[in-house]
Each structure stands twice: as C-alpha cells, then as structure tokens.
Design a protein around this ligand. Structure first.
Ligand SMILES: N[C@@H](CCC(=O)N[C@@H](CS)C(=O)NCC(=O)O)C(=O)O
Length: 208
C-alpha cells in the first residue's frame, strides 16, 4: 500500500496513528505529497479527485481517500474491532471523530487563509467565524472529558482524531493557548499524547 503523506497534515497523522496502533505501518510505503488547494497534482488527483491527502493506493490499484475511510479500512484489515466500535459505542466514537475532523477543517482552512491568500483578499469575519468553530469545539471537548465521554480508559477513532486536532493546534496555533480554561482537556491530552503512536507522528515541516 502507498500513502500520500505530508508530515504537517493532521489528517495524515490520524492514518499513521491507526497504522502504528494496528501494526500495519510496515506494510505502508510513504510517498510525500505537498497537497495544495491552489495546484492540482496529477499524482494526487489521479487517486483523489478532491486533491487532498491522505490518499491510500491499495496493491490492487484501488484508491481510498478521506482519513475516516482509510482509518476504518486499516482497522478492518487488521481485525481491530475497538477503534471503530459496533453497537451503541459506535455513535459517540464517530461523532467525536466528526468533531475532530470539523475542528481541523476550520483550523487548516484558517491556515490557508492566513498563509496562502494574498493579504488584500483576506476576510477577517470569515476567519473569526472559523476561530469560533474551534473555540466551540474545544468547549464541547472539555465538557466531554467532564462527563466521561472522553477519558484515559477509552480508546477509539474519535479520541485519535481529537488528539491529532489538539496536536495540530499546538503545532500551528500555539498562540491560541487552547489549554487556558480547559484543564480537563489539557490533562487528558497530556496522557494521550504520550502514547507511542502519537510520539512517533508529531507534526513537523518536511526535512528535504
Ligand atoms: N476530509 C479530509 C480532509 C483532508 C485535508 O483537508 N487535507 C489537507 C492537508 S491537511 C489537504 O490535502 N489540503 C489540500 C486542499 O485542500 O486542496 C480527510 O479527512 O482526509
């Protein structure tokens, strides 16, 4: 299998955490791709017409894309039934995954706005709207730690996604200081972030 990958991408990180935790990482060849909303790269769009990473090329030529799909594929391939639970536990796990993915959509979109969009074309109201989504999401995470929906004895795709989202905020938005006023999330994340698969996938700029 080949994974179109960038070490800065939190969505790619989700896939790598699942690959490491299911023991499949050795079967995945990493292929760097600098996915950009401004340039269509045939090496990527031939696998994912949306031009986004992660994209996974299977040995039979099938392409899978969207981190949620790839993560579930890997869990299924490994026979792991915990990361994507069945029964009633499935819905909170998938909803937390959607929360983390949505938080990341806002954060990655904001990053494009602030780094790629020419300054005269930037729209502060839109940026504030994205920041509000991030803050609202973080507040819901804090409540979920308090109610036990998120906690140290649980482990599934929702928590991996939230861990990657919080790690991305540390990487790109350290000034946001998301831990302030959210001590329960900070404590949970400190433990989660020490997992070997999280430690092995810390976001970083590409080293040429
Ligand atoms: N919903 C997608 C989001 C993937 C995504 O936004 N990836 C970014 C990199 S972090 C990307 O490829 N951006 C290029 C673009 O937006 O065209 C997933 O979960 O895989």
């Amino acid at each position: 299998m080949k994974l179109l990958h960038a070490p800065t991408s939190p969505f790619v990180r989700k896939v790598m955490v699942v690959a490491l935790e299911t023991g499949l990482a050795d079967r995945i060849e990493i292929v760097f791709n600098a996915a950009s909303p401004l340039q269509r790269d045939p090496a990527l769009t031939s696998l994912n017409p949306l031009g986004k990473i992660p994209a996974l090329l299977l040995d039979d030529g099938t392409a899978l894309y969207d981190s949620a799909v790839i993560c579930e594929y890997l869990a299924d391939l490994a026979g792991d039934t915990a990361l994507f639970p069945t029964g009633p536990a499935r819905w909170p796990a998938l909803t937390l995954q959607a929360l983390g993915d949505g938080l990341l959509d806002a954060a990655v979109g904001l990053r494009y706005e602030s780094v790629m969009r020419p300054e005269p074309l930037r729209w502060p109201d839109w940026s504030q709207g994205q920041m509000a989504k991030i803050a609202g999401g973080l507040d819901v995470i804090e409540q979920a730690v308090h109610t036990g929906l998120i906690g140290p004895t649980l482990h599934h795709i929702g928590l991996i996604t939230l861990g990657c989202a919080l790690g991305y905020l540390d990487f790109r938005y350290a000034d946001l200081q998301w831990r302030q006023g959210r001590p329960a999330t900070a404590a949970w994340f400190a433990g989660f972030d020490a997992r070997p698969a999280m430690a092995a996938t810390r976001p970083h700029e590409r080293v040429a």
